[in-house]
Design a protein around this ligand. Sequence first.
Ligand SMILES: NC(=O)c1ccc[n+]([C@@H]2O[C@H](COP(=O)([O-])OP(=O)(O)OC[C@H]3O[C@@H](n4cnc5c(N)ncnc54)[C@H](O)[C@@H]3O)[C@@H](O)[C@H]2O)c1
Length: 251
Amino acid sequence: MRFSQRVVIVTGGAKGIGEGCSRVFAQEGGLVAILDRDLAAAERTAASLGENHLAIACDVSDEKQIASSVDAVVQRYGRIDCLINNAGIHPPDTPIHKMTPEEALSVIRVNFLSTYSMCYYALEHLKKTKGTIINVSSMTAALGQRNSTAYAASKGAQLSFTKSLALECADYGVRVNAILPSNVDTPLMRQWASSLSDPEAALQRIAALQPIGRMADVQEMGRVCLFLATEDSSFITGQGLHVDGGASLDY
Ligand SMILES: NC(=O)c1ccc[n+]([C@@H]2O[C@H](COP(=O)([O-])OP(=O)(O)OC[C@H]3O[C@@H](n4cnc5c(N)ncnc54)[C@H](O)[C@@H]3O)[C@@H](O)[C@H]2O)c1
């Protein structure tokens, strides 16, 4: 039990990578607060983790909902030990001239400003527990991605924010890190594949991008987040950890 009786907030914790994180932290004794815009899915996932976990309806693009959700978590558990900023979207491939600045801003609002706002509201509680923040960025933050300028920029913002906030938070004993996944088998990935003419071939192509020959499983992401949330990583802060099966070596 590496997270016993400690409290983690997972945004977008109902499905995909967030669900993987929720499951791993719950297995290690953690109390999991899932903040998700899909309340029904959040409730299903929270219930499947066992007793004492929490599902809160929260659209992370809305600052008011973020503020009240953080309050609700503290009211219920009295503390926050870890914040995982995971909720995110990936629009379909779109060249820049077909995505208006307003549309780009909406991607940045969900993928990056939510991370900023969650930290803004949760930090005072994390200072009390000398907790950790983990931002789920993407390999595209470092390498870029064709026809995904707004998405990659939002993920790059999460990464530079991670480094800067780690500097600010070092004085409080709060560590801040990011993970940079390549390709993970999630509903988002399957949704993208199903928009193409041959989804199975697309998924095989994606799997082959990793030298180890497959996509990641969501719980593999959860286990890395658990490492970053515990004393096992006590000397690591401000880092963007490539969790990519070697994909960035041979991109
Ligand atoms: N799947 C991948 O290969 C991959 C690779 C790199 C980075 N990522 C990042 O990982 C994160 C999770 O991706 P995923 O593949 O698990 O996605 P997913 O779509 O499978 O799951 C995302 C979860 O977030 C929730 N969500 C989406 N928008 C929200 C909002 N505005 N407010 C609250 N909840 C919201 C959804 O309801 C869902 O439960 C994203 O930030 C994504 O950019 C994913």
